[in-house]
Design a protein around this ligand. Structure first.
Ligand code: SAH
Ligand code: DHB
Ligand code: MG
Length: 225
C-alpha cells in the first residue's frame, strides 16, 4: 500500500519512489515482517518516512522522541538521521509491536541508538524527562491523546526543537462540518482538531502542515510555555 504523494498522481509517486530509492531492503523487510506478524499496515508512507529522516537531519537532532513505534518503520528512518552518540526514545503500547520493532532496529544495525518503552506512552514519557530537552518529537500513536502528547512536547522540546505529528488531516475528516463516523472515530477527529488548534494558535510554536496523504504537522518551538 503506497499512500499518496504529489497531486494524487500515482505516476509522480512512482517516479519519486524510484528516483529517491525511498524503500531500501531494510524498510521493505520491516513491512514484510510486520505483515507476517499481523501488525496493522499503518506505518507512515515511504515518502513520509523520508520526510521524517530529512527533517531530523535538518535540525541536527541528537535526541529524538517517537510516540507510536509499531514495527519500527518510521523509527528506523528517524534513527538513521542520528549522529554516532544520538538516541531515539520510542514508545509503544503493544508488546507484540515492540518485539517486531526490536528486530527491525537490530537488522538496521541501530540497536545501540534506540530505546523502546513498552506501555502507555503518557505514563512512560515521564521516565525520560530528565534526559531532555529533546530536539525532535514525532507523534503517531492514539489520536485521543494527541493534545496531551503535544503538551508534553512543548514542555520537553528545546527552543528551536521540532514537533512533527502524523494523521493531522484525520483521514480526510478534519474539515468536515458534520461528523458521521462512530463515536470513537469522531472522538479521534475532535482530538486531532484540538491538537491542531493548540499547536497552530498557541504562542509556543510556529507551525505548518505538509499536505501529505495523511497530513503532517510541523511545528518549531519558538517560545517557552
Ligand atoms: N510510527 C509508526 C506507526 C505507528 S501506528 C510507523 O510509521 O512505523 C500507532 C502505534 O501506536 C501502534 O503500534 C499502537 O499500538 C501504538 N499506540 C496506541 N496507543 C498507544 C499508547 N497509549 N501508548 C503508546 N503507544 C500506543
Ligand atoms: C491509522 C493510520 C495511522 O497512520 C495511524 O497512525 C493510526 C491509524 C489508520 O489508518 O487507521
Ligand atoms: Mg500515523
Amino acid at each position: 500500500m503506497n499512500k499518496t504523494f504529489g497531486q494524487n498522481d500515482p505516476e509522480i509517486f512512482d517516479y519519486v519512489y524510484d528516483l529517491l530509492n525511498l524503500e531500501d531492503k531494510v524498510l521493505e523487510d520491516i513491512k514484510l515482517r510486520s505483515d507476517k506478524a499481523g501488525l496493522p499496515p499503518i506505518q507512515v508512507g515511504a515518502a513520509d518516512a523520508r520526510h521524517l529522516e530529512i527533517l531530523a537531519r535538518s535540525v541536527g537532532a541528537k535526541k529524538i522522541v517517537e510516540i507510536g513505534t509499531l514495527g519500527g518503520y518510521s523509527g528506523v528512518c528517524l534513527a538513521r538521521a542520528l549522529p554516532q552518540n544520538g538516541k531515539l526514545f520510542t514508545f509503544e503500547y503493544e508488546p507484540h509491536h515492540a518485539a517486531v520493532a526490536t528486530e527491525s532496529f537490530r537488522r538496521a544495525d541501530l540497536t545501540n541508538k534506540v530505546q523502546i518503552y513498552v506501555g502507555e506512552a503518557l505514563k512512560n514519557l515521564t521516565q525520560i524527562e530528565s534526559e531532555g530537552p529533546f530536539d525532535l518529537v514525532f507523534i503517531d500513536a492514539d489520536k485521543v491523546n494527541y493534545p496531551a502528547y503535544g503538551a508534553w512536547a512543548l514542555r520537553n522540546l528545546r527552543m528551536g526543537g521540532l514537533l512533527m505529528a502524523d494523521n493531522t488531516f484525520a483521514w480526510g475528516h478534519i474539515a468536515e462540518k458534520t461528523l458521521s463516523g462512530t463515536a470513537e472515530e469522531n472522538q479521534s477527529v475532535e482530538a486531532l482538531r484540538d491538537f491542531n488548534k493548540m499547536i497552530a494558535q498557541g504562542k509556543a510554536f510556529r507551525t505548518t502542515m505538509l499536505p501529505t496523504g495523511e497530513g503532517l504537522t510541523l511545528a518549531v518551538k519558538v517560545n517557552e510555555p
